[in-house]
Design a protein around this ligand. Structure first.
Ligand code: IFM
Length: 474
């Protein structure tokens, strides 16, 4: 990343300054208004799956505190809010008609946002598959992609008059490879072939879902997907380490961008995994279906991956995605993951804003003409209120400053970035880590549900108000 000292620079006046959450991480109210269990309810209620046995039963109680939370967003000068719809709240069994009370919640949320000039950005799937669909085979089963398209159509009919920014899937890599490969996410299966089948059916679901959205939404709607592409760096320039990086790039990135951006799975991915599967679950026309026009591409970025060729290593390799004896990376047993030196967040993830710059430049080139949004970026730190009740988190301010600087650099070299969504609006249920990891710009006391903007939240509010990134924090 170019490292010249730039003066404080102004972002475009229509740049979206947002924050993001996801339904199961914030809503709570898991048994209300007809909602049924999702795979995350089942998983989090299974002993030993989450830290402290934490669940999303109450989470941030956002379902009941919606209006106050939107007021808080306005107080933080946000101009956009990215939320996800809970599939089992809207279509409890994953089939058939929608539940009106579920849809009403999201219509009211969109109305509250619009009343405050906050652009709603809706994600259809942020990992909470209705349990009934998992019982019928989950994402490794082809039918789930068709069920997703039906659900997408229902939500589009109900919210198309209010919401312009639509995202089909959030981080399908996690759904496929952490959910069905390493098992550190719901539904907790550990089968590499199931993970590859899931990845394909998620690609198909994106394509079918996009078609269903386009059929139901007004022309002004913009439809895309949020990926969490990996910046994969070889430990050394050796041919073996370079090949290890290529292999992980295929499994992390091109397994999605191949079909989505080019209409075909990459040949090296098919060859790498040939001993596991012949990919006959890909039916004629599927890759073309996945290859729909994108009106936007969401990039979620936290940290890069450093890999090497390590044929003798039999121990589980930590890749920053949680502890499991099963790898999320099919047919990559000879690849080791390394922790880069330097600063880390509370997740153990290294802080490296140059990765965000690289991704924006890469996908600006690979998806020419497609506007980019950073749909997630942020950091967990061990934030605690001080004696006076305020929460000071200078590390997060430094993290945000460095990453927004990387965004500016990427824009200066031509990346068409239209918005930034800080992960997350508030501390919430961090999946297998339960409530032990705090990503919020707003502190949540989970015993009282009191929300307290952190100093980073106030800092970000000022950037959002002025559109100017100040000089580096002292
Ligand atoms: O909390 C998650 C989010 O749900 C998806 N992206 C990564 C975040 C931090 O782990």
């Amino acid at each position: 990343m170019p490292s010249a000292n730039f003066p404080p620079a102004r972002f475009p006046s229509d740049f979206l300054w947002g924050s993001a959450t996801a339904a199961y991480q914030v809503e709570g109210a898991v048994r209300e208004d007809g909602r049924t269990p999702s795979i995350w309810d089942t998983y989090s209620h299974t002993p030993g799956r989450t830290e402290n046995g934490d669940t999303g039963d109450v989470a941030c109680d956002h379902y009941h505190r919606r209006a106050a939370d939107v007021a808080l967003m306005a107080d933080l000068n946000l101009t956009a809010y990215r939320f996800s719809v809970s599939w089992p709240r809207v279509q409890p069994t994953g089939r058939g008609p929608a539940v009106q009370r579920g849809l009403d919640f999201y219509r009211a949320l969109a109305d509250d946002l619009l009343d405050r000039n906050i652009t709603p950005s809706l994600t259809l799937y942020h990992w909470d598959l209705p349990q009934e669909l998992e019982d019928a085979g989950g994402w490794p089963a082809r039918d789930t992609a068709y069920r997703f398209a039906e659900y997408a159509g229902l939500v589009a009919e109900a919210l198309g008059d209010r919401v312009e920014l639509w995202t089909t899937l959030n981080e399908p890599w996690c759904s496929a490879f952490l959910g069905y490969g390493s098992g550190v996410h719901a539904p907790g299966r550990t089968d590499p072939v199931a993970a590859l089948r899931a990845a394909h059916h998620l690609n198909l679901a994106h394509g079918l879902g996009t078609q269903a959205l386009r059929a139901a939404l007004p022309a002004r709607a913009r439809i895309g997907i949020s990926l969490n592409p990996s910046v994969v760096r070889p430990l050394t320039p050796s041919p073996q380490d370079t090949d290890a990086a290529r292999r992980i790039d295929a499994l992390a990135n091109r397994v999605f961008t191949g079909p989505l951006l080019q209409g075909a799975y990459p040949a090296d991915l098919l060859a790498d995994t040939a001993a596991l599967t012949d990919w006959s679950f890909v039916e004629p026309g599927d890759e073309a279906t996945a290859h729909q026009r994108l009106d936007m591409l969401g990039i979620n970025y936290y940290t890069p991956a450093v890999v090497s060729h390590a044929p003798d290593t039999t121990a589980p390799r930590s890749d920053g995605h949680g502890a499991s004896n099963h790898s999320p990376w099919p047919a990559a047993d000879t690849v080791a993951f390394h922790q880069p030196p330097g600063e880390r967040t509370e997740m153990g993830w290294s802080v490296d804003p140059s990765g965000l710059y690289e991704l924006l430049v890469r996908y600006g080139r690979e998806a020419p003409g497609v506007p980019l949004y950073i749909t997630e970026n942020g950091a967990a730190y061990d934030d605690k209120p001080g004696a006076d009740g305020t929460v000071h988190d200078p590390e997060r301010i430094a993290y945000l400053h460095a990453h927004l600087t990387a965004v500016q650099r990427a824009m200066e070299v031509g990346a068409d970035v239209r918005g930034y969504f800080l992960w997350s609006l508030m501390d919430n249920f961090e999946w297998s880590y339960g409530y032990s990891k705090r990503f919020g710009a707003v502190h949540v006391d989970f015993a009282t549900q009191v929300r307290t903007p952190k100093s980073s939240g106030r800092w970000y509010a000022e950037v959002a108000r002025t559109g100017i990134l100040p000089g580096p924090p002292a």
